[in-house]
Design a protein around this ligand. Structure first.
Ligand SMILES: [Zn+2]
Ligand SMILES: [Zn+2]
Length: 396
């Protein structure tokens, strides 16, 4: 197989088939663990033998067959007449190098060799659009996402552009941490966009990226960290990874505007009390709850900053007191997408070299299962009983 570049002698890549998890039909569920053709390694790609992968909210959307990802998959699979291998958070060993591959990372300056242990950047950028030409690859207008627009890493092998491979030191980074560098990188991007040193940080939504943001904010010297969530399970994790204060909120029914406003004011009061004598300098909206943006704007101090990462179900979100909260508040709003290439990855490398950061990342991994038990893994994630769920490739 493969448009041959360099490959391991007698490597398992000589076999033509592999196991993979793929979406086979345009409806909820419809994932199967199938024997499929192993991918060829293109001239500018590296072939990775996957060691571990992790489940993401995007995978849950694919599982549930929700709107946004649905259209991207249908458009790139001849309406799923060709099944799509999913998964975009993974790590593994390089077993084949395309013949044009010279290096990886910034300007391809890092040498890559067979056997290197890599994590993957899931966004493939064009390098030519307006943003890319200005070095803002993370907002490339023609980006393609691994495991959505093209086959993903819930498989024994995946070919990825060399520009998406990020080399780890295997003596420092264990596989379950390496596969999580991509989502951890979202948090690194979010929590370093403004220097958290000495700041009072509020995290709304203690899902995996919210939890990772706590780890990053603390690692970079945040003074106070508050976490808010709707489940005690996640708040326990938040406290374990560095939140000084946790606040449990109970969202009111969507139709009950009065109850929603009441709960929001209650939480804002608790946030401000818990923050004292500080005031919330940086508020992270990681939940996607439609009320959370107003909670964030009400909680943040005048002149503070609100980091926006959570995706609300409906795209229309209203600001209840836009003039007061945003304009007169002098508040900065900042949307976060992806990881900066390659600044975020460099910071991630530095962070995962710290033992205390690695042990906190591991605390967020609540479940590790073999690939074959993906259905169980999805059910656990969908029940919101998990931090991060890791799938391991078992080999005979
Ligand atoms: Zn993800
Ligand atoms: Zn581009």
């Amino acid at each position: 197989m493969g448009l041959s570049g360099t490959r391991f002698p007698h490597s398992a890549t000589d076999k033509d088939s592999m196991k993979a998890i793929r979406k086979v039909a345009p409806r909820p569920g419809a994932l199967e663990w199938a024997d499929v053709e192993a991918p060829p390694c293109g001239p500018s790609e590296v072939l990775v033998r996957v060691r571990a992968a992790s489940l993401c909210g995007t995978d849950a959307h694919i599982y549930n067959w929700d709107g946004s990802v649905r259209d991207m998959i249908l458009a790139t699979t001849d309406r799923l007449r060709r099944p799509r291998i999913i998964g975009h958070e993974f790590c593994g060993e390089v077993v084949e190098l395309g013949r044009e591959v010279r290096g990886v990372g910034e300007r391809g300056a890092e040498a890559i060799r067979l056997g290197d242990f890599v994590s993957a950047e899931s966004h493939i950028v064009c390098g030519e659009c307006y943003q890319c030409r200005r070095g803002q690859f993370h907002v490339c207008t023609r980006e393609k996402i691994i495991g959505v627009h093209r086959d993903g890493g819930f498989a024994e092998y995946i070919a990825i552009p060399a520009s998406c491979a990020w080399i780890n030191d295997p003596s420092v980074v264990p596989v379950e941490v390496a596969c999580i560098e991509e989502p951890f990188g979202n948090a690194v991007h979010a929590a370093t966009e403004y220097d958290p040193r000495g700041q009072c940080v509020v995290i709304i939504g203690a899902g995996p990226i919210g939890l990772f943001s706590i780890i990053v904010a603390e690692a970079f010297g945040a003074e106070r960290i508050l976490a808010i969530d709707t489940t005690a399970f996640r708040l326990d994790l938040a406290a374990r990874v560095g939140a000084h204060t946790t606040l449990l909120t109970t969202p009111a029914p969507p139709g009950d505007a009065g109850a929603r406003a009441f709960e929001r004011e209650r939480i804002v009061g608790l946030i401000r009390d818990a923050a004292a004598p500080y005031e919330p300098d940086l508020v992270f909206e990681m939940s996607g709850h439609p009320d959370a943006i107003d909670t964030a704007l009400r909680a943040v101090r005048r002149g503070g900053k609100v980091i926006l990462f959570g995706l609300p179900k409906q795209s229309a979100v209203t600001f209840e007191r836009y003039a007061d909260d945003v304009i007169f508040g002098g508040v900065t709003l900042k949307g976060i997408i992806g990881r900066k290439l390659y600044d975020t990855w460099k910071r991630t490398r530095e962070l995962v070299s710290r033992p205390e950061v690695r042990s906190k990342i591991r605390a967020v991994i609540t479940h590790t299962l073999p690939f074959e038990r993906f259905e169980e893994a999805f059910q656990k994630m969908l029940a919101r009983e998990t931090g991060k769920v890791v799938l391991r490739v078992s080999r005979d």
